[in-house]
Write a protein that binds this ligand. Structure first.
Ligand code: MRU
Length: 354
């Protein structure tokens, strides 16, 4: 199943319609399924910072369409002013969340389409074509990731995943959940163990919702149950997504990923990272250079708006961690599954980029 089409069970995190960005508000899931239609680029920035849209590839697609919205908004300005204000918008959009490389990458690809334009309306058409290409290619990449990843999953497997790297986090199908969807479609999968993923509960709220809709048997555990679940022999493989992969194979992903990787090694469980090549950042040499976003203290002190800690307590809330490459069994991309040494294999993967 390598077609770029999404299947009927899949939800769309975002889509371009009537010159607007229609976006599923993921902060409301699983209680409410509500879409917002965004007409202005600052609304997309707010949607990104408030996590209405999240997940590295989905952030990239949202960023690309935000550039189109900005260009639409500014199109009546004289050319020099149009350029200046659009560049400012692009910089602000890219900076909305720092860790996921896909955001800055997609904004810069979209802005790059400008080079072929002679006026603002032509620029808008080129920006839109580029954003739609990024969206389309992300779905295609995810289907290919699914095929390459499923080949690594043994028959009758139970796969553990963390956070949400599914259709909700991408243009469609998902990366880690793409592997899971394909393995399920191929009859290899017994079920999935999803970690709840504190503090914003992307595993509990989003992954279980998405997998349940796809009819894939899913068990939710609290993050701190992962070690004993692994020790009890219940996990055949762990598959997670990524926000940025450095040239040496170090992987930035949702906080808690590193703990799972260390635990996987201790229990002889393969630990796979599934991500499109657009998440591989060959300009970042090692994970030490990756900027890890810190988010508001209230996400920890008042989870889901319910006060859980005294006001006086200090809070540290990094949204991501970096898993050293030595813990990663393979990085599954649309161009194949790559193994260590990643400084060599990821270069090969990048060269085979379509
Ligand atoms: O803070 P989030 O929800 O944007 O974090 C998402 C993740 O960490 C995902 O695992 C990653 O972006 C990959 S999504 C295919």
């Amino acid at each position: 199943m390598t077609s770029g089409a999404t299947t009927t069970q899949e939800v769309r995190a975002l889509e371009w319609t009537n010159n607007r960005l229609r976006l599923l508000d993921q902060t409301l899931l699983p209680t409410r399924v509500e879409y917002h239609e965004l007409e202005r680029w600052p609304q997309v920035v707010t949607a990104i910072t408030s996590m209405q849209v999240r997940g590295a590839p989905a952030l990239g697609v949202a960023g690309a369409y935000a550039v189109v919205l900005a260009a639409q908004e500014l199109q009546l300005l004289p050319l020099p002013e149009f350029r200046e204000k659009l560049t400012h918008a692009a910089t602000t959009i890219s900076a909305a969340r720092p860790t996921a490389v896909n955001l800055g990458w997609a904004v810069s690809c979209t802005m790059g389409a400008w080079d072929a334009a002679t006026d603002t309306s032509q620029a808008i058409a080129l920006f839109l074509a580029e954003a739609q290409k990024i969206e389309r290619e992300d779905i295609e990449a995810n289907h290919a990731i699914g095929e390459h990843g499923s080949a690594l999953i043994p028959a009758g497997a139970t796969v553990m995943t963390h956070c949400n790297a599914g259709a909700l986090a991408t243009a469609g199908y998902g990366t880690a959940l793409g592997v899971i969807r394909t393995a399920w479609a191929q009859g290899k999968l017994k079920g999935v163990i999803a970690t709840e993923t504190r503090p914003l509960l992307q595993g509990a709220r989003l992954t279980t919702w998405e997998l349940t809709q796809a009819g894939i048997p899913t068990t939710l555990i609290v993050d701190s149950a992962a070690a004993s679940v692994m020790r009890n022999g219940k996990v055949s493989a762990i598959v997670v997504g990524a926000d940025r992969i450095a040239a040496n194979g170090d992987v930035a992903n949702k906080i808690g990923t590193y703990s799972l990787a260390v635990l996987a090694k201790a229990h002889n469980i393969p630990f796979y990272v599934a991500a499109p090549m657009s998440t591989v950042d060959l300009d970042t040499q090692t994970g030490d250079q990756i900027v890890v976003e810190e988010r508001a203290a209230a996400e920890v002190s008042s989870p889901q708006g319910v006060k859980a800690a005294p006001d006086e307590v200090g809070i540290f809330n990094p949204a991501f961690d970096v898993t050293p490459a030595e813990y990663v069994s393979a990085i599954i991309t649309e161009n194949g599954a790559f193994t260590a040494p990643y400084s060599d294999s990821l270069q090969v993967g990048a060269k085979s980029r379509g």
